[in-house]
Design a protein around this ligand. Structure first.
Ligand code: HEC
Ligand code: HEC
Length: 500
């Protein structure tokens, strides 16, 4: 740890020699503490160290280093109580302080977790805060343990009911499922499925990394993209090399408030996110002299790329759902397990088409199609949505609906596993291969179709239609071949208004 601190500081501020010396001094003082405890003056009493170094963390309006990975629900502040004695006792009771080996206390390994982040940008961004927290806690724990050699770690964690924290307990204030749902790696995982997977709809204009300069078929795309960047600048490159980099870019861009541009991700009003409104908008109307005005990035929005999405297709629904979930996470709206979204969508290339839709259903009407294993209206396994085309059919790629989001722990966080006393319910349900290869095996399925004749989706596009909107259902036998030319086609006339 100490070697890490020194080299990291050196890396960050190579010119600040006095700073480095000061840090060396702190390190020396720390390693000497255990040996020369008696030489500390009264001012170094643990209670004073608590006041001087731990309370500022508790009172700070800034989030702690935990925010690098926990966007909500957990903060280092949750491990601090208003007094030195209460905090020490509570951390001992929770098994987070190791009296026999203070520098190996679990609270210190929690603070150290940020070092293991594979995202080096995030790791560096929070390094300074983390060091300050680590040093403050390490010093205070060493002092406290010296002064209280007989303090008992009263109860072991697991003996108590963690879901109901009493006043003098420490730890996250929300259920563990909420802690997991609000973790950044979970959000990246859903971003990958629900947003990143749709990026080819924005090819080549916004996807520089999908253009292969060696591929002769991409020469036109390459040229087009270059011209657009020349005209509109680097903002064209919305999709970065990886889902994580893309998400980070959108998040940090959205933090800047601009008078002439809506944020890419609009937290207060997700439907007004520029990332949704641009592709829903047309090219700006020509001026009288025949030239195109600059596209608008405030309402009414216009998009030099033209209409690339409409409100009732699956991409829109997916991206919008992700933005709503993201907004709920960072605004701290999730407090209970039943507030968490319960389904996760995995895009597939299996296409379903309802053909011969009767003329009485107007072109443009949204239709939702659910795939079930049996006729259980409540547990679809796949879903898509589209609008009735002028040729009176509806088309869409199926999205598999998975289990409630189990989290994917960072592989490098083994150290933390040892400190984790919670059983991991739910994690064993995840079929690890499923993430990359969503399967929809050949077989017999029930298809249920809902038509939005009452215009419900105009108000809440992310919702599912209900029994009132039920159009019909049928049994089918299909191989689920991939791609639009191989769509599984079901004539609307074969749908029965009562379940088969
Ligand atoms: C580098 C990312 C990262 C940082 C920084 C981080 N954590 Fe975590 N945290 C995780 C991951 C990943 C898990 C779940 C994996 C595991 O259990 O090992 C987790 C799990 C937890 C859990 C247990 C919840 C569960 O899923 O069982 C708690 C409590 C927790 N962290 C608290 C903290 C606190 C407090 C801090 C700041 C002092 C912090 N974490 C900093 C990544 C991080
Ligand atoms: C044919 C090219 C093209 C396609 C395809 C395209 N766009 Fe665009 N887009 C543009 C151009 C050109 C601009 C810059 C001018 C403007 O703001 O309209 C732009 C601007 C944007 C902006 C504003 C970025 C900023 O920071 O100012 C967003 C957001 C956007 N597009 C989203 C999308 C999404 C999402 C898709 C895919 C679903 C998409 N676009 C598909 C050409 C395209």
């Amino acid at each position: 740890m100490k070697a890490f601190i020194v080299s990291n500081v050196f890396y960050r501020v190579p010119t600040s020699v006095p700073h480095i010396l000061a840090l060396f001094a702190v390190s020396l003082a720390l390693s000497a503490t255990a040996l020369r405890a008696n030489e500390f003056t009264q001012q170094d009493a643990a209670a004073d160290v608590f006041q001087q170094r731990i309370m500022p963390i508790f009172r700070s309006s800034k989030p702690s280093s935990c925010v690098q990975c926990h966007l909500a629900s957990v903060d280092l502040k949750d491990y601090i109580l208003p007094s030195h004695t209460e905090t020490f006792t509570a951390l001992l009771n929770a098994g987070l302080i190791d009296r026999n080996n203070p520098t190996k206390s679990k609270i210190l390994s929690l603070i150290q977790m940020g070092e293991k982040d594979p995202n080096l940008t995030a790791e560096r961004l929070h390094a300074k805060t983390r060091q300050a927290e680590y040093e403050a806690f390490e010093y205070w724990i060493i002092k406290s343990c010296e002064e209280n050699p007989d303090a008992k770690d009263a109860t072991r964690p697991g003996d108590t009911d963690d879901s109901l924290l009493s006043d003098n307990q420490v730890g996250p204030r929300h259920p563990i499922e909420v802690v997991r749902h609000t973790r950044k790696d979970r959000l990246i995982e859903s971003f990958t499925r629900e947003v990143w997977s749709q990026r080819m709809r924005c090819f080549p204009c916004h996807t520089p990394f999908e253009i292969n300069p060696e591929n002769p078929q991409h020469q036109k795309a390459k040229q087009r993209h270059q011209e657009l960047v020349r005209q509109y600048g680097a903002r064209m490159n919305l999709f970065e090399k990886s889902p994580t980099a893309t998400m980070d870019r959108w998040i940090s861009s959205s933090r800047k408030v601009r008078a002439n541009q809506l944020p890419l991700l609009h937290l207060e009003s997700p439907g007004d996110s520029l990332i949704l409104l641009k592709p829903l908008s047309k090219i700006p109307a020509k001026l009288d002299d025949g030239t195109l005005p600059a596209p608008s990035s405030v309402i009414p929005v216009s998009h030099a790329g033209g209409l690339k999405m409409f409100e009732h297709d699956q991409s829109y629904k997916s991206i919008r759902r992700w933005i709503e979930d993201y907004a709920d996470v960072v605004q701290g709206n999730y407090k209970f397990v039943d507030q968490l979204p319960t389904d996760r969508w995995i895009p597939t290339e299996k296409i379903i088409r309802i053909s011969e839709i009767p003329q009485r259903i107007p072109t443009g009407t949204p239709v939702q199609i659910f795939v079930h294993l049996d006729d259980q209206p409540n547990d679809p396994i796949a879903f898509t949505q589209g609008i009735v085309t002028p040729r009176h059919f509806v088309n869409g790629p199926l999205h598999k609906i998975g289990q409630p989001s189990p989290t994917h722990p960072l592989k490098s966080s083994n150290a933390y596993n040892k400190t984790d006393n919670e059983p991991r319910d739910g994690e064993s349900n995840l079929n690890p291969g499923e993430e990359n290869e969503p399967t929809l095996p050949p077989g017999t399925y029930v298809i249920r179709v809902y038509v939005d004749t009452k215009n419900k989706l105009a108000k809440t596009p992310e919702r599912f239609l209900d029994s009132e909107d039920f159009y019909g259902a049928t049994h089918i036998s299909t191989e689920w071949k991939t791609g639009f030319p191989n769509a599984t086609i079901i004539p609307a006339t074969s749908l029965h208004a009562t379940a088969p």
